[in-house]
Write a protein that binds this ligand. Sequence first.
Ligand code: ZN
Length: 509
Amino acid sequence: MNRVYGAKMQGRKLTGVLFLLIAGLLFMGKRVDAQGAFTIESRIDGYQSVLLQWESDREDYIYQIQRAHKKTGPFETLTSISGQTGVVSSYDHDVVLGDTYYYKVVKVTGNQTAEESQVIKMKILLPAPVNVNIVKLEEEQIKLSWNKVEGATGYIIYRSNNKEKGFKKIGETAKAKFTDKNVKGGALYYRVKAVKKKRKAVSGNPSDTVSVYLKPCVPVVMGSYEKNKIKITWKKSEGADTYYVYKKNSKGTYKKLGTTNKLYFTDKKVKKGNYYEYKVTAAYSREGITRKSKKSRACKVLADVIDPDKKMIALTFDDGPGRYTEDIVNCLKKNNGKATFFVLGCNVDSYKNALKAADKIGCQIGNHSYNHKILTKLSKKEIREQISQTDTKVKNVIGKTPDLVRTPGGAISDTVNSTVGKPIILWSIDTLDWKTRSKDKTIKAVMRDIKDGDIVLMHDIYEPTKNAACFLIPKLKQEGYQLVTVGELAKYRGYALKKGTVYRRLRRK
Ligand code: ZN
């Protein structure tokens, strides 16, 4: 193995040396050429005006400035210059905006020996606007102004978050000023081009870049507790790439906890049962300038899974488990939430994995009868069978028997209540998802009325409900709701759930 590797290496080295030799020869050839060449430079200098410049080392040279409409000629001599050393400048004002010209300079040295410069192509553009300035900085507005460009009928304004690239057109104006009404935060860079619209549209060269360094937006911070640590998260703050995280100490002052360029920070130094408070600052540095946002509002987090001082609700899903149950469970898991699934015994065997997944993340499994018979129409014996068959099915899969019952259709009677042998959980928010089969209507039904202690009724067997749930779960969390099981809601709101009693909501007593 070693020998093969060595041989390969040698081959590679040889090729490398050969390549360098050839490259060196080519490079030397080019240099020799460049030393002997007579070169000129050109640029647009003012309105309809081309400036040519070159270096002259002798006074007795005559320079003929020649121009053509095609690269190959014919070239006509515009003017001749002599008796100069140093940098020689020659203007051509006799050009048409939008047209293209080819220039060269012929050097005549005493007795008819001539040397020619390279041929330079020039498109006659409007000159770049100069003196581009930020005249006013207001909240969410930046006002720019610049000197008028002769011949321009308007200007195009470009903006980027990068000084070198990515400039996009943000507006057009006929005046030599512009207000950018859509700025949030961060480093902003502007360039302006002049344009002439009449007859031939001609756009000029871009101006120099002007820079504005706004403070980044103040981040909105959320926190949650999970497995002995607190995770603080925030959304990307406009213009920021660095975040400073502060934690309130026992004296009540915020001390820097860390710096990150991610959108989260994990605090492992927490004791279960204690409250902690955090603030975050967004920042960035560009061209040696650092800008920091104000500190965010304090984010208070209890180092426990459920904070009794915060709002909480119970999402419940009936008639499953079904083909959408696992998606809902995954969404809950991602958002650190829980729900209660009131299942039908007849569906359990087909969706064992969904049931296991729900149980594993701490969701509660309730009993919704065996095959959705309206219990008020059944005998006591039949009611008992509907409940016990489902209890057995669930126990076989997750090893636990459901503690709660939701009667099909919410149908209850004294007989039913006393026969089911468990607390009966109905609901305070009926989404009517089974009827509307609409994601939007289901979302609206929840968001319109939701309050602490609510029990929300949905069905995990419809796709629109799944989509609504996957929207609602992060949304409710964002609004400060803890998504808990019915059992947890009862516990933290001070209810000892009793057999045969009907509960529709579990508000703070
Ligand atoms: Zn049902």
